[in-house]
Design a binder for this molecule. Structure first.
Ligand SMILES: *Cc1c(COP(=O)(O)O)cnc(C)c1O
Length: 329
């Protein structure tokens, strides 16, 4: 399956591309009793991949309508978001500046090398400085002009970003090949989860926390749901053994599963590597290592512990990020 490039900055072009994203069934007995599918949003664009493309679309359109020349954002050395912003800038004619957490290392990560090649100017700041990235005056302190600049927060997780993931939710409702009981998505900040759970009515949305982030995902998801004027109570369960169908039975809103970070960002156990290999063999779908393999792992654990009803139809959202795999090789 060849990905297509988004060639114009236009909401209709983007929506049409989202409508064409394929769904693939995962066969091969890894999830006995379940009917598991993957929606291949990694294919929305080869460089502006996955949920980051959805989180950027409204931001980019807004930047253009403000006549901003430069997009400034921030992230870590392997950030999918940094990669997507750099590619968007090159594609749609913005200058881009990435404020990167930590010192510049003599050998840049593959992500940052790409970002520079795509024309992004990288500014490395200490971790202490990075923590102040949303404080007023920070941009000026780095010697950057505020004029003509559009700022996107880390991960693209602002209201425009959440609205983009609501678009994804609506597209899923329109294009799902079967009636999914559950839609599963990996959470970093929880913005995508908030967007999906507020836009998908026909299925329950299950978010899996794959980073060691404490309560921050639930808090940020609740924040976004409140901003969107939706009820923001989110069930949260820690670790396998949780009664997913029970949690979900009365509400079509959403639940978060904690405890599936597998050691944290960038950690990949032998068990997870094996699951990644088996999934790729069985489905032919490339499996990303920070988010997606941990999302599948959570589904497998919950299923193996008997906490999901037999016959459930489950959609896994492939939120992209395959460029980051180069960090594991
Ligand atoms: C950023 C990212 C996520 C997490 O998205 P949030 O909206 O921050 O929760 C999930 N999957 C992939 C591949 C990502 O790059």
């Amino acid at each position: 399956m060849m990905p297509h490039f988004l060639d114009r900055l236009d909401l209709q072009v983007f929506t049409d591309a989202a409508f064409r994203i394929p769904y693939q069934q995962v066969r091969g007995g890894l999830f006995p009793g379940l009917d598991v599918w993957v929606r291949r949003d990694d294919l929305i664009d080869p460089l502006i991949s996955g949920n980051k493309a959805y989180k950027l679309i409204h931001n980019l359109i807004e930047a253009r309508s403000q006549r901003a020349e430069t997009i400034v954002t921030c992230g870590g050395a392997w950030s999918n978001h940094i990669h997507s912003v750099a590619a968007s800038g090159a594609r749609f004619g913005f200058n881009t500046i990435g404020i990167i957490r930590g010192e510049r290392s003599p050998v840049l990560s593959a992500t940052l090398r790409d970002a520079e090649r795509l024309g992004m100017k990288l500014i490395f700041v200490t971790r202490a400085q990075y923590r102040r990235r949303y404080e007023s005056g920070f941009i000026e302190e780095l010697g950057l002009e505020n004029q003509g600049v559009y700022f996107v927060p880390e991960g693209g997780s602002n209201l425009a970003g959440v609205r983009g993931t609501q678009l994804l939710g609506r597209v899923i409702e329109c294009t799902a090949p079967v009636d999914f009981d559950q839609v599963w998505v990996a959470c970093g900040t929880g913005a995508t989860f908030a967007g999906l759970s507020s836009s998908i009515q026909r299925s329950s949305v299950v978010g899996v926390e794959v980073l060691k982030a404490g309560e921050s995902v639930r808090k940020s998801a609740q924040h976004w749901l409140a901003v969107l004027g939706q009820s923001s109570e989110i069930n949260k369960s820690i670790q396998a053994g949780v009664q997913v169908p029970h949690l979900l039975s009365n509400e079509r809103m959403g639940c978060l599963l904690g405890g599936y970070h597998g050691g944290g960002y960038g950690k990949l156990s032998a068990e997870l590597r094996e699951l990644q290999r088996m999934l790729e063999d069985h489905s032919g779908v490339p499996i990303e290592s920070v988010y997606i393999v941990k999302l599948f792992n959570a589904l497998q654990k919950i299923n193996n512990s008997g906490n999901i009803s037999h016959g459930e139809r489950v959609l896994i959202v492939h939120s992209g990020g395959l460029q980051g795999r180069r960090g594991y090789e």
